[in-house]
Design a protein around this ligand. Structure first.
Ligand SMILES: [Zn+2]
Length: 341
């Protein structure tokens, strides 16, 4: 057995076959016959072990050279055959070069997140700093410290997801008020965006998880007028210069007095229509002056500091802004719906 002769012979045969090969399929079968797992060259390389050490070195070198030469010939022939096939397809008209290119669709932020960014930018422009709080919150921060007495309906298990050890999934972003005030002296001017969770049955206006933005401003001379001015400016920025606002008395445990902010109807401008249920007004958010009990919980002197807080549902604002009638549409991930925004 002479590996030198075998290698030279295999290389010669392979080169001749490759040169006369006329199709990509045939070329691949040549590759398998010589370089495949049971190919001629592969088998010869395996025999190297049986050759005496003297001859092994030169035989190995020769075999490797033969293998590399065959591989590079295969590659260049493949390229030639491909180009030839492409040219003949083109002249036969089986490739239509006038077809438009493939369009790859690029994802973008959900409209809710974009409205959230827009809202945050407006408040940042007014001097508020965005901060975040945890989604798993202590029951104390979520309820007690915010002046929700133990028997308050929001604490009922039907409204909250409880976690062992005195924790719950936060039902609003307001507990961040407690965290921020406990960590610094006044003044405080923050906005808190984040996901909240309640045991609601999903319908056209409710989801179990939703985004809120909380705002808090505490200082030594903050008044209701500041609250009204801030929110009126916000509403005009989001919904347009001509938007009118009104405050309607309301109740929240952690603010006193409390109010809900309505804006003039975006569809009828205040004349009354189906969207505003003939009232001419749309409810947008809740707000009020921080309750003295909340200041006591965080160690602020309630006789010296005053402040306001507000909270809004980002999905609700997104729906109003874009005229969306059902909150569930925002999260069904239907690209036909989402690409409108
Ligand atoms: Zn209306």
């Amino acid at each position: 057995m002479d590996l030198h002769d075998d290698a030279a012979g295999a290389k010669e045969h392979a080169c001749a076959e490759i040169a006369s090969c006329e199709s990509l399929e045939d070329l691949d079968s040549i590759r398998i016959r010589y370089l495949g797992r049971k190919g001629a060259l592969t088998l010869l390389l395996r025999k190297l072990g049986q050759v005496d050490p003297e001859a092994r070195k030169s035989a190995g070198k020769l075999l490797n050279e033969a293998r590399d030469a065959i591989a590079s010939l295969l590659e260049s022939r493949k390229q030639e055959l491909r180009e030839r096939k492409y040219a003949s397809d083109l002249s036969a008209g089986s490739i239509d070069v006038t077809l438009p290119g493939r369009i790859f669709s690029i994802g973008k932020l959900n409209p809710v997140l974009r409205v959230m960014d827009e809202i945050l930018q407006i408040f940042v422009g007014m001097g508020f700093t965005p901060v975040e709080g945890p989604e798993i919150e202590t029951e104390y921060n979520n309820f007690d410290a915010l002046n929700f007495p133990p028997g308050h309906p929001s604490r009922d298990e039907h409204d909250s997801f409880y976690v062992d050890g005195g924790f719950c999934l936060r039902t609003h972003t307001s507990p961040a008020q407690i965290r921020v005030m406990k960590s610094q002296p006044p003044p405080v001017r923050v906005v808190v965006p984040g996901l909240c969770h309640r045991r609601d049955t999903p319908d056209a206006s409710h989801l179990m998880s939703f985004y809120q933005i909380e705002g808090l401003y505490v200082d030594y001379d903050v008044s209701l007028a500041h609250l009204k001015g801030t929110l009126a400016a916000f509403a005009r920025e989001v919904f347009g210069e001509e938007t009118r606002v009104r405050f309607r008395p309301h109740y929240f445990p952690f603010t006193e007095p409390s109010a809900e902010l309505d804006i003039s109807c975006l569809v009828c401008g205040g004349k009354g229509c189906r969207l505003c249920k003939r009232t001419g007004w749309l409810e947008v958010l809740g707000a009020g002056m921080v309750h003295p009990n909340v200041f006591r919980q965080v160690g602020y002197d309630e006789r010296k500091v005053t402040g306001f807080a507000f909270g809004m549902g980002v999905e609700r604002l997104t729906m109003l802004k874009h005229g969306i009638g059902d909150i569930r549409l925002l999260y069904e991930n239907d690209s036909r719906f989402l690409k409108q925004f």
